[in-house]
Design a protein around this ligand. Structure first.
Ligand code: AHR
Length: 516
């Protein structure tokens, strides 16, 4: 008897020991009847600048091109973006926005003047893609345009005229011009950025000076009829909290609807950023660590905004984010063309989970950039097109758009590299209008899978299905010869046991669980 008690005690101790030694066990509790914030679909927005092959060759090829097109827009790119249900598209920049003069991009194309794109490779911009081409593309896609006005080298009058040209329905000099150019009805664009990176390429202004400029520009950007503008002030460069503070202090609350924030994930230094596909685990770790800093960055800017806007009326608009590496060898350094691996997919998933977490303040974001530039969702090569791993993440996360954000508690194992640690797992939970619970999980651990046990507090899981994105190595990426190396598949390593969801999340993976 004594012997068997000792044996049982030994076994129990061993069990506890084994439990404690399981570093890759994780618990998630989702409070399915709580939550009060809707995740804005605009968090899943995109950005297209006159930069490299984003617009020309990426979106626009012209009606006479050999590449199959719809009225000049690349058919394959259009269809891929349509399938993604992109909620908004920001244009024309970026740095380009502050040297863009919109009147050069209207009227018969053959008569449009040329300019030099000084920021991006010094190439000739022929203005063949202008206001009409952009807005008709958005209409075709069913996406909301986000237009960034020129504060750096433009005038208040120029921006004011642009708003009138696009939004006024009555008779005026600008509507006459628009009608003469073939567009009878106003488009009615809601989202307007007032300058871009005014602290840098947009004019090298001080925050005090920009705040005054913002007030002038915003005053003359008029609401016409039902077309009430949503005005976004040009915000801070990553950790420049003073910029946000100065804008919040010096611009009346009612004058702006959003303040932007730009943050890029650069693994190394700006002069030696690192390769998109040729990297080791150390680079991988530091990339994910830097991407994860978005959480603290948003917290700090939001805390300042809270002091001036406790009701959170003004949105934090992260209208440029993503990875930034050295350009692909042999490509024009001014074109910012880079490849995109499973590492980028993990950065995207991690970042979108962070945005969802801050959905009460972050109500718009735009990944840079849509096609062929930085963390692109699509790459093209003449007539060929591929979807990047990042594209598949946006597709995976679609159920979160306009869903109710659900509070949750996550216990995550750690991912250790040399002496540094990161949470291996991040999550985001939401409830769709039909009651479906959506959970996105990102396991950044490159070597270890994670066993997840998920409890629905206040609900019962009857049915679960999932999708997964993973790949054999951290550098895996899609190429024009192997376009589906990193692609989503059905996730089968999940079951419901005693009312709990049990899943085995592969190393380097993103998983979507949908529970009914
Ligand atoms: O996205 C590329 C550039 O990065 C944008 O033009 C600019 O706003 C930022 O510095």
């Amino acid at each position: 008897m004594k012997k068997s008690i000792c044996f049982l005690a030994l076994m129990a101790m061993l069990a506890i020991h084994i439990q404690a030694q399981q570093p890759n066990e994780s618990m998630l509790t989702v409070h399915v009847n709580e939550g009060s914030t809707t995740i804005s679909k605009h968090i899943y927005g995109h950005f297209s600048e006159h930069l490299g092959r984003c617009i020309y060759g990426g979106i626009w090829v012209g009606e006479d091109a050999d590449v199959p097109n719809i009225r000049g827009y690349r058919k394959d790119v259009f269809e891929a973006l349509k399938a993604l249900n992109i909620p908004n598209l920001r244009w024309p920049g970026g740095c380009f926005a502050d040297e863009y003069h919109w009147k050069d991009g209207i009227g018969p194309r053959e008569g449009r003047p040329e300019m030099i794109n000084t920021h991006w490779g010094g190439v000739v911009e022929d203005n063949s893609f202008g206001t009409h081409e952009f807005l008709e593309f958005c209409k075709l896609l069913g996406t909301e345009p986000v237009i960034c006005g020129n504060v750096g080298s433009g005038t208040v009058e120029e921006m004011s005229d642009w708003v009138e040209y696009i939004n006024f329905d009555g008779k005026s000099p600008m509507t006459d011009l628009r009608i003469a150019n073939g567009k009878e009805e106003a488009w009615g664009v809601k989202y307007w950025g007032v300058g871009n990176e005014s602290w840098g390429c947009g004019g090298n202004m001080t925050p005090e000076y920009y705040a005054n400029e913002y007030r002038r520009y915003a005053t003359y950007a008029r609401n016409y009829g039902d077309h009430k503008l949503y005005k976004i002030a040009g915000g801070a460069n990553s950790w420049d909290l003073k910029w946000t503070e100065t804008l919040m202090k010096n611009v009346p609350n009612w004058m702006m609807d959003g303040i932007s924030l730009h943050y890029y994930t650069v693994p190394n230094t700006w002069s030696n950023k690192g390769s998109a596909t040729d990297f080791d685990e150390k680079d991988y770790f530091v990339t994910l660590k830097k991407a994860g800093e978005m959480d603290e960055l948003i917290t700090q800017h939001s805390t300042i905004m809270d002091q001036y806007d406790k009701d959170k009326r003004i949105a934090l608009v992260v209208d440029e984010w993503g990875t930034w590496y050295d350009v692909e060898p042999g490509s024009n350094p001014g074109f910012l063309y880079q490849q995109n691996s499973i590492r980028d997919a993990l950065v995207a998933g991690l970042t979108l989970n962070i945005f969802n977490k801050h959905a009460d303040r972050v109500r718009m974001a735009n990944i840079a950039q849509t096609v062929n530039v930085l963390q692109a969702v699509i790459l093209t090569d003449e007539t060929r097109m591929i979807l990047t791993p990042t594209y598949h993440v946006f597709d995976l996360y679609k159920p979160h758009m306009e869903a109710l954000s659900l509070p949750f508690h996550l216990q995550s194992p750690e991912y250790t590299q040399e002496n540094e640690k990161l949470h291996a797992l991040s999550a985001s939970c939401s409830k769709s209008p039909d009651g479906t619970i959506n959970i996105t999980l990102v396991n950044i651990d490159p070597k270890n899978s994670i066993n997840l046990t998920c409890t629905l507090d206040g609900g019962e899981a009857k049915n679960v299905k999932g999708r997964v994105i993973t790949s054999a190595t951290i550098t895996d990426h899609n190429t024009f010869d192997e376009p589906a190396k990193v692609a989503p598949t059905d996730f089968t390593d999940v079951k419901i046991a005693k009312g709990k969801i049990e899943a085995k999340l592969p190393a380097r993976s993103l998983v979507l669980l949908q529970i009914k």
